[in-house]
Design a protein. Sequence first.
Length: 66
Amino acid sequence: MKITVDQDKCCGAGTCVLLAPDVFDQREEDGIVILLEDTPGEDLHDIVREAADVCPGAAIAVSENA
């Protein structure tokens, strides 16, 4: 799995951070997503997919072929 984020699409909702704090964080000044781990362990794949699915800005992209 490979994750990318588009900070221009991020609206700062923070759902990704709540779901997967080991993978995502937010900038202090504006809440925009920060990717901490672009190739998370298999144990995090399901929760990362969920974070991408619920992202209101569609800012998280997941590629299964990493």
